[in-house]
Design a protein around this ligand. Sequence first.
Ligand code: CFM
Ligand code: HCA
Length: 537
Amino acid sequence: PQEVREELLRKYPAKVARKRAKQIVVNKVGDNEEVPEILANSRTIPGILTMRGCAYAGCKGVVLGPTRDILQITHGPIGCAFYSWLTRRNQTRPRTPESANFMTYTMSTDMQEDNIIFGGEKKLRQAVQEAIDTFHPKAIGIFSTCPVGLIGDDVHAVARDMEEKNPGTNIFAFSCEGYKGVSQSAGHHIANNKIFTDVIGQLDTPPTDKPFRFSILGEYNIGGDAFEIERITEKCGLTAHATFSGNSEYDEFASAHTVDLNVVMCHRSINYMAEMMEKKYGIPWFKINFIGAEATAKSLRKIAAYFEDEALKQRVEEVIAEEMVEVEKVRQEVTTRCEGKLAMLFVGGSRAHHYQELFREIGMKTVSAGYEFAHRDDYEGRKVIPNIVMDADTRNIEELNVQPDDARYRPRREKAALKRFEGEEDLLFGNYAGMMPEMPDGTLAIDDLNHHETEILLEKYKPDVFCAGIKEKYVVQKTGIPMKQLHSYDYSGPYAGFRGAINFYREIDRLVHSKILSLAKAPWQRNPELAGSYVKP
Ligand code: CFM
Ligand code: HCA
């Protein structure tokens, strides 16, 4: 791995190499799971072909996009709205055919040149009014794209005015201009803050009084993952109150302060919300993971342990036993063919970790993995948070000062009681151990991987499958190596939970044994006269 690392850095100018050297580390898990430090959440060097996206994508596309009845207006040129419209394959299931579902639309002010020059607030007001008159939504979110910040449109003033004119509609705006921060990650934080201040706590009566009520934070129902998780938790007798934000609706968010527990799936995108809800309302949180059959079972056990109910614990065991029969059958069959094969995962801010579970279950090894935009805590664990150096880009994003709510703060468990759980099922409150402690020694952790490094990794390791996103897909396939999109799941899913694991095992089995791409020849490989090379004049 050390040699590959040097090869990855070899072509860079000295200054670039110095920075990338801190972002490419050979993993070594020491005693107490001390792993090497990695540089993360730092600006991409201009000229590098990064996998990253922007803050608007993280706010509008990722955190808010999957919720169906908050009407979302993108204030900006049309491309931003169009590309953040369901390309992520986030699914939803309205309660009744009449229930509001705005996800089938993408709404935008479609800014033109004259709006950029003379200001776009007037057009935004018109858009908000038109949306209210047409759809009568409970809530409207306004999302800022780059030009909005550059020309200084005051989206928050527009939101305030329009709310005054239209009592009964909760209108709020996000300063999530694409350039805020260094990646999508900034947009997550901006989204968390606004939902926390303007939505959570608006509704004190929860829609149901069923027992064992908890929310799942950081699950976005890509390819139907949340549907599978809901199927399993329901079968166990648990009540998933709100999912942030897969298959969700406004009232679930507005009353999310009434639950007994928050569990966090994608730590990167939503840890802010978990922390703020704990401070303001006293709701504890812990990390779970529904990617991987074993991980799903473990997560269910953690939740059952928290509620301290014997009948619930027993029910959870029964469900696990029942579901695992089919999982084990497929897993064993697939393992005979996939054992020892190599995988690489480069995805946003949590899947590069979570999906290693699924590969491990069928005997495959992850030789290298990394995130596009995660922070050091997602790599090394939350214990490094106090040592993370704040830079100008991070300071750019507002950190809310949250205090206990005078009337509604209610610790769900005594502090001492929380301690009691810690031996059980690795149930550590407010903690995430990170990706690197769970990766074997000698694997490569790489932050913000780029096109050049991807080509070198493929050549050096010849992995059996490379997992990333749409921008990487065809580059990888052209080398003959199978490529799996772990953002959109290509056309498939779910991959979460027990049935999801079965889907994943089967698909990976087919994919790593498919020779089609390595046998295909591009026209210029068959006819060398079509090949071109760049010659300096
Ligand atoms: Fe969390 Fe996500 Fe991810 Fe993410 Fe994303 Fe996504 Fe992702 Mo694409 S919230 S960090 S910003 S798990 S959209 S559903 S797949 S990069 S690894
Ligand atoms: C985003 C969304 C994305 C992009 C995926 C990809 C997603 O970051 O804006 O590059 O294939 O999951 O849809 O992460």
